[in-house]
Design a binder for this molecule. Structure first.
Ligand SMILES: Cc1cc2nc3c(=O)[nH]c(=O)nc-3n(C[C@H](O)[C@H](O)[C@H](O)COP(=O)(O)OP(=O)(O)OC[C@H]3O[C@@H](n4cnc5c(N)ncnc54)[C@H](O)[C@@H]3O)c2cc1C
Length: 453
């Protein structure tokens, strides 16, 4: 057991909290989407929360924790889905949200403190004529540090791929757990070991990401009589180089009734495509939708919608918000994350959608990987048991469909096709030799230095 009172005293001057109810509440993310993780993680809690305001305070916290051999788990917006920011071993929860200032925007690259909310960062860039290339559907609550360390896919993926694509992370400043803790400034692929490693390899203090010229995106909802034409439309849209686009999700007919705000516009039994396109592409979009038998049933200004707390930008029905929209009304579901093959994509989708239609409600998102386009999916799954889940996973894999299992805790087990290339294990051995950063989340790691103080 750590001497938390002594640690709190040593952190004098830094914002801290030790209230147990608050700690329990802050030690949670959205792991409860998974009944398996819920069982494993309920009740886990940090023993102290520290909220540093600058790099110097981050280093002070890490120095004291290293000296006392106290684990440190970093927290951004706590919207992760796999318990990434849930401390398995108590210790300190390092809340990064006080470090949220943009630092510079130069040559289309923004440097920002890692605790910045993505919506705030995007609006700041937008005021300067730029926007983020990628964001998660949790943009209104997630931090950029949490997106890099724990997410990495989402809106923008149809045009820019994911955070694992070369160039999508320009660089980062990272605080380590070395002796003594220090700041590393990593550029280009040198930053890969902190990309999607759940804060196990260092604390991101600043991040540099490339931007793209701002667009006045239109949110458009298109209803189709069936899932197959909706998917053909989505794939054609993905390949339509003349249409600037940010997003295209496709939903089988079971799902739109859960989308409060647009459900009434979608005729019963219809599949739905939700897209974000540039205003200049509206004619081309209308024509493409009509060619596939689709009809536009709702439309809005996407940027205005996300600025208005009363409105729902359409991306909040997409990506993993789809699961949340269903969970709001039906707690008996969970989900899966998968990626379909690049060739015969729709054939693979249909090979699993049709046989499992009663318990797997198909939802796909168009996305690029390594320059090739495909559909990834976050299907909603009617939950029966872990055994049944693994039967479904096996059936998907038998069709050549990649799985990034969201029902496990470690990077190695869960990342699948989302794993960022690079020597993350070797990097952690250098930056965290005692294994104090988010212990339990990197399966293959054993601390090179003895843990005893
Ligand atoms: C409804 C819903 C929809 C979602 N949609 C998407 C989506 O579209 N795309 C997607 O990728 N994800 C999605 N997610 C998952 C999650 O919202 C995103 O990955 C988000 O970017 C995480 O950011 P956060 O600030 O909430 O991170 P947190 O949950 O706070 O942290 C995530 C991980 O990053 C680590 N971390 C946080 N900050 C730092 C830092 N400064 N330095 C080092 N490590 C750090 C944490 O320790 C943890 O391991 C969704 C989740 C929900 C609940």
């Amino acid at each position: 057991m750590a001497d938390i009172a002594a640690l709190a005293a040593a952190l004098d001057g830094i914002e801290i909290a030790t209230d147990r109810a608050l700690l329990r509440q802050r030690s949670r993310d959205f792991y409860w989407y998974s009944p398996i993780l819920k069982q494993r993680l309920d009740g886990k809690s940090a023993e102290l929360l520290a909220r540093p305001k600058d790099e110097a305070e981050v280093l002070r916290v890490l120095t004291e924790c290293r000296a006392a051999r106290v684990p440190v788990t970093v927290r951004g917006g706590a919207t992760g889905n796999y318990g990434q920011c849930v401390p398995l071993d108590g210790g300190v929860l390092l809340d990064m949200t006080a470090m949220a200032a943009p630092v510079a925007l130069t040559d289309g690259v923004v440097e920002v403190e890692a605790g910045a909310k993505m919506i705030d960062l995007d609006l700041w860039c937008r005021d300067r004529g730029w926007e983020l290339k990628l964001w998660p559907s949790t943009k209104r609550t997630a931090t950029i540090g949490g997106f890099v360390a724990g997410g990495g896919a989402g809106v923008g993926g149809i045009s820019h791929g994911t955070m694992r694509e070369r160039g999508n992370l320009v660089g980062a400043r990272v605080a380590t757990m070395q002796d003594p803790p220090r700041i590393l400034d990593l550029e280009g692929i040198a930053a890969n070991p902190v990309n999607r490693t759940y804060g196990t390899t260092g604390v991101l203090t600043r991040i540099r990401v490339p931007l793209t010229p701002a667009q006045a995106w239109r949110d458009v909802a298109i209803a189709f009589p069936d899932f197959v034409p909706a998917s053909r439309f989505a794939l054609d849209l993905s390949f339509a180089d003349g249409i600037p686009k940010k997003m295209c999700g496709v939903f089988d007919s079971q799902l739109p009734p859960f989308f409060r705000g647009i459900a009434e516009a979608v005729p019963a039994g219809h599949a739905l495509a939700l897209v974000m396109v540039a205003p200049a592409a509206m004619t081309a979009l209308r024509e493409l939708a009509a060619e596939h038998g689709g009809r536009i049933v709702a439309e809005q200004d996407a940027v205005e919608a996300e600025r208005d707390a009363e409105k729902t930008p359409f991306y909040e029905y997409c990506w993993n918000h789809t699961t949340l929209q269903v969970l709001k009304r039906d707690r008996g579901v969970s989900y899966l994350q998968c990626r379909f093959p690049f060739e015969d994509t729709l054939k693979a989708v249909e090979a699993v959608r049709i046989p499992f239609r009663d318990e797997v409600w198909m939802h796909t998102e168009c996305v690029r990987f390594g320059g090739r386009l495909t559909m990834s999916a976050l299907p909603v799954i009617r939950w029966t048991s872990a055994e049944r889940l693994y039967e479904i996973i096996a059936a998907f894999e038998a069709q050549g469909i990649g799985i990034a299992n969201p029902h496990v805790l470690t990077i190695e087990e869960g990342s699948g096709y989302r794993r960022v290339p690079g020597d993350q294990l070797g990097f952690k051995q250098m930056t965290d030799p005692l294994g104090l950063l988010n212990p339990g989340k990197m399966r293959d790691f054993t601390p090179p230095e003895p843990a005893a103080a």
